[in-house]
Design a protein around this ligand. Structure first.
Ligand code: NDP
Length: 281
């Protein structure tokens, strides 16, 4: 039977730690606040923004939400970001992605002050993460590393296979795994004989967005499975990229979906906000 890596419990501990740090900063006269910008009316984005607000309320981090209409122009958005960059009381800025067509996401990310870039998407933070310097790191990959470490999962010397090559999850995760001395392979839709590559993994990380795609024939006995995928199946149920029922008896650890990687992402966002405020101080 696999051991489930409980993201809910780990995220709760992180939020409790953040709460204490926020309160200590307040006593020294520094408030921590997150500005969230939501452009348009995407229902999924609205749910994510609400979750972030709830986490801010819990941790004592102030939150300002800017809801802009779908037809907002890029210049107007960049002006708001500039204003928030210059606002001392704002410690972190997050622009909820995806943005409506016509707005250049890279231009928006580049406009955020790297010291307030709590999503860790700014090229300066990505570059610093590559070189191992102190940086704000993208929340989902940082959350995965934290979840593994808090559960005592050994990384050094392990074969780590990551399926997916997104900028926000898989590529930064590969660097973080390398920093912990794993031997890293990145796979994608053009990888030849994907199952064979996955089967050599001591740690298999799946981030492709296809429900139940990975079964017993892709997994090495005793492997650690990190299932990043969040998908709705035909019945509307949330499922990961891995067929959990099929592999449960052959893996050592596995992250459940929901309740695995998902909650870690929000917790790490809160951690990045307090890190940003402490650094500024
Ligand atoms: P993207 O959706 O941007 O990209 C998917 C990646 O998977 C691409 O690199 C693609 O390859 C690869 N891929 C797709 N199909 C296959 C296949 N059949 N075989 C091999 N590789 C394949 O990736 P994200 O990282 O943004 O999202 C991945 C999943 O993780 C989604 O389900 C998303 O909802 C979830 N997610 C969960 C988060 C959380 O907090 N738990 C946070 C962010 C994402 P190619 O590049 O060749 O097209």
């Amino acid at each position: 039977m696999a051991i489930y890596l409980n993201g809910k419990a780990a995220s709760q501990s992180i939020k409790d730690e953040v709460r204490e740090r926020v309160s200590a900063l307040k006593e020294k006269g520094t408030d921590v606040a997150l500005a969230v910008i939501l452009v348009g009316d995407d229902p999924a984005s609205r749910i994510y923004v609400n979750n972030k607000q709830k986490a801010c309320d819990y941790t004592g981090i102030g939150s300002f939400t800017y809801e802009l209409p779908e037809d907002t122009g890029e210049e107007e958005l960049l002006r708001l970001i500039e204003q928030l960059n210059d606002t001392d009381s704002v410690s972190g800025i997050l622009v909820q992605m995806p943005l409506p067509a016509g707005i250049d996401e890279n231009a928006v990310i580049n406009a955020i002050d790297p010291l307030k870039d709590v999503d860790g998407f700014h090229p300066l933070n990505i570059g610093k993460m590559f070189t191992g310097d102190d940086a704000l790191i993208s929340c989902t990959p940082a959350g995965i590393m934290e979840l593994l470490k808090r559960n005592g999962v050994e990384i050094e010397g392990k074969e780590c296979v990551i399926v997916g090559r997104s900028n926000n999850v898989s590529k930064p995760l590969a660097i973080l795994m390398l920093r912990e001395n794993a031997t890293v392979t990145i796979c994608h839709s053009k990888t030849k004989d994907l199952k064979k590559v996955c089967k050599k993994a001591d740690i298999l990380i799946t981030a492709i967005g296809k429900p139940g795609f990975f079964g017993r024939d892709s997994i090495k006995k005793g492997a650690v499975i990190v299932d990043v995928g969040i998908n709705r199946d035909d019945s509307g149920k949330l499922r990961g990229d891995v067929d959990h029922e099929a592999v449960d008896d052959m893996v050592s650890y596995i992250t459940p979906v929901p309740g695995g990687v998902g909650p870690m992402t929000v917790a790490m966002l809160m951690k990045n906000c307090v890190d940003a405020a402490e650094r500024k101080r």
